[in-house]
Design a protein around this ligand. Sequence first.
Ligand code: HAM
Length: 423
Amino acid sequence: MIKSVRGTRDLLPGEVERWQLVEDTARHLFALYGFREIRTPIFEQTELFERGIGQETDIVSKEMYTFIDRSNQSLTLRPEGTPPVVRAYIEHHLYRAGLAKLYYIGPMFRYERPQRGRFRQFHQIGAEVLGSEDPAVDAEVIEMVFALLDRLAVRDAALLLNSIGDSLCRPAYIERLRNEIGANLSAYCQDCQRRYHTNPLRVLDCKLDTELVAALPAIVDYLCPACAEHFAAVRRYLEQRAIPYRVQPRLVRGLDYYVRTTFEVISARLGAQSAVVGGGRYDVLSEMIGGPPIRGYGFALGVERLVELLPAEATAELEPKPQVFLAPLGREAFEFCTLLAKRLRDRDVSAYLDFPVDGERSLKGLMRLADKLAAHYVLIVGEKELAERRYTLRSMRDGSQTQVTEDELFQALTASREQPCKQ
Ligand code: HAM
């Protein structure tokens, strides 16, 4: 039997409703903030990610799903959503339409070692604001992230914040970093020894040399006046919004496009893969991929991880239950029910009709299935009911039964939709 691919998951009914809750809540909230949805292709030219994310990052150096298609182009399944959004923004001149706030929902692909909370196909909900470097953008987007978590009743997540400077102040910091690392180079892992030459900032992401990294100088101490002022303003705006944060000086994030603000939202309940949201400012990404200077800032959250954080109360009663389960006894009644089901659905009533598999189910079998599906009512249609055009409507909550005409049935079910009977 062929199985699903390692690092991918099937989302089954039962769990999928939790995803829909997250997606619906995000769509609704993001619209309040003026964001519009964008859907970009699942694959892009490889160069977009190589240039946008950076050759030395883990994503580009070892995690991309890259393939050559039949016309010999190198294409890559998107490992994240930011470079595609910036590409589309430029390609379609979205700034002309005043569209600067965009969000996306969809699968991303990274060849990582699968473990709890880490998949090879995973899903992100992300939002990007293009065009402004104002620190109010940085704070508003973080505010939106916390508003989303709050609406989903996730209240134990912590914000880690940093500023990693810009092209003016970062070179001096990198020089200092290189000197420090160089003085003790042989103590570092192979990857870091290479990064020391190619991009020393990436050493700060190292998962192995954590003790050495902890002793390295902090980038916030090297910010130029403009970056320091920007960071101070972001912090002030967060404080005005009563959003608590912790400055985390080693939070450089695993992508090369970031400047100034970087942030993550973490939860201790997630285990080793504790980041549920990651984001930051990327004022030079557009130029890295050959576009005009366009500033940008945004975040992406991991849907698998956020769904794991949803409290049970927030997701109780999410699974759809049929309002009425049709229980025909005999072929003639079944055929009548196929048409009755349509008349009910036309009135917006959810009617469940089971199709015979090996002959017809007995009334007992039908009742058992209605119970499994947690139907609110069962409508029994036997020969007698068909002849009299009065059907037996049974409440699954209290077992009471009444005889109803079709009109009475519609009335009863429309009324029950307004006051759904909880099981
Ligand atoms: P990222 O930190 O690479 O940032 O990913 C954001 C979030 O996606 C993570 O915090 C995590 O929840 C989830 N995630 C990442 N990799 C995996 C995985 N292998 N399995 C499960 N979940 C995962 C970005 O992708 C940036 N594009 C964020 C951004 C948008 N920055 C600016 N704008």
